[in-house]
Design a protein around this ligand. Structure first.
Ligand code: PLP
Length: 431
């Protein structure tokens, strides 16, 4: 049994069982009992799927039901390109993670989760409802990953009027087994409704529910794919370790980079770029960890005041705050700086990023400003076309969405509207 809860009061489970469980029964997050140390020189770097499969294999016990399917699951998840784009200066690249179905990095791991849960599902099991709250990107990635999968239905809750028009359109464009619900309230209301539904035993007996938020093991671990694959390729071509800048909200994507490094991948420094939400930055500067209410920014997918994966960061650091501060540096980027970065991006970097990626570019610019000459990859977490209202004023040319996302935007879109009320949600789920 390989996975334990960060709170230490739940039984250990194998990978598949922990993945199906979601949150541990004691409210903690699943983490591996030991971090396997791999020999980077022996790892495959021919494609991201094979690198991922080699990283996950030691985390799955030999009897794990998913073990024989691991290569196929990884291939299914890594089914889109993950290219590097040289920035307009030496030794810095964008790691473009937005070529999947909904143009955000979340597509890769959501694809793994959906493929894995489909494999684990018994043919005769009752249909399950994947319930997600989204501030924009998660819902679409999860919907795309489960779209038309037999035995699954997806209900996506988003705050009405508070996601970008492209995000809202894409959420309602799937149809079939995906239902988009515009909630008359905030993202926090949506999240509260999901938590209440998941805790409602009577409701769950009538409508089996699954959650697919960023604490899921099936979403955390597969995100190692792109960092590990590029780190190996960089090491083999340039003979040195690459450094990473990761735009961060709930710390899911960043925790995957940190775990890959802990497993022995040639990754140097990992810097987190947050928006104006101060929780991580204040902690990194030495304050006690203090969750806060989220504040709204231009990089809305990172509007997080209480990063849900923080317990995993603490686990990785052996529970020591001082050690966390050694593991990662954090830099906060406010809206004014996001705008300034967007305004200069095409001239300076030869590319127009999304507002989240702009936070990463701002961190790179500051590093260069202090004379740092090391090689850096900046994770580009979404395509700018998802945030046209924010980026269009700075665009020299029309912003064209990638083909898969354009196809989604071209479809008709439909969403139900619902009060932020658990009785209303229960009737949607039963219906
Ligand atoms: C979700 C998201 C993030 C934040 O990722 P975390 O794993 O929550 O830290 C950053 N950028 C974009 C575009 C996102 O959708």
């Amino acid at each position: 049994m390989n996975f334990l809860s960060t709170r230490g009061a739940s039984p250990a489970l194998g990978f598949s069982a922990a993945l199906a469980m979601g949150l541990a029964p004691d409210g903690g997050l699943y983490v591996p009992r030991h971090i396997p140390r791999l020999d980077a020189e022996a790892l495959p770097a021919d494609c991201a799927a094979n690198t991922l499969s080699a990283l996950l294999a030691p985390l799955l016990a030999s009897g794990d039901p998913l073990r024989p399917h691991l290569p196929a699951l990884c291939a299914e998840a890594c089914d889109f390109p993950l290219p590097l784009k040289a920035l307009g200066e030496d030794r810095a690249w964008l790691l473009e993670l937005f070529h999947g179905r909904t143009a955000a990095f979340k597509d890769l791991a959501a694809g793994f989760l959906a493929a894995a849960l489909s494999r684990l599902r018994a043919i005769d099991a009752p249909a399950q409802t994947v319930l997600v709250a989204t501030s924009g990107d998660t819902g679409a990635a999860v919907a795309a990953a489960f779209h038309r999968r037999p035995g699954f239905r997806v209900v996506v809750l988003y705050p009405e009027g508070r996601v970008s028009p492209a995000q809202a359109h894409s959420l309602g464009a799937f149809g079939d087994n995906v239902q988009a619900v515009a909630v008359q309230g905030s993202f926090d209301d949506c999240q509260r409704l999901v938590k209440q539904a998941l805790a409602d035993i009577e409701l769950r007996a009538q409508a089996p529910l699954l959650s697919a938020n960023s604490i899921s093991l099936g979403r955390w671990l597969p995100q190692m794919a792109y960092y590990a694959w590029h780190a190996l390729r960089f090491q083999r071509t340039h003979g040195e370790s690459i450094n990473l800048i990761v735009p961060t909200g709930n710390l899911g994507n960043a925790m995957a980079a940190l775990l890959a490094r802990a497993m022995g991948l040639p990754i140097g420094e990992i810097r987190l770029a947050t928006n104006a939400n101060p929780t991580l930055d204040a902690f990194a500067r030495g304050s006690a960890y203090t969750p806060r209410d989220a504040i709204a920014t231009l990089a809305n997918a990172m509007d997080v005041g209480a990063p849900s994966n923080f317990e995993r960061l603490r686990w990785l650091a052996g529970g020591e705050d001082r050690r966390i501060r050694e593991l990662v540096r954090v830099q906060r980027v406010d809206d004014e700086r996001i705008r300034a970065t967007l305004a200069e991006a095409e001239a300076r970097h030869g590319t127009l990023p999304c507002p989240h990626t702009a936070c990463g570019l701002a961190v790179l610019e500051d590093l260069r400003g202090t004379g740092d000459a090391r090689p850096w990859l900046v994770a580009a977490t979404a395509h700018p076309s998802k945030f046209t209202e924010v980026v269009a004023p700075y665009a020299r040319n029309p912003i064209t969405p990638p083909a898969a996302f354009a196809a989604l935007l071209a479809k008709p879109s439909e969403a139900a509207t619902m009060a932020a009320d658990s009785t209303a949600l229960a009737s949607v789920l039963r219906g």
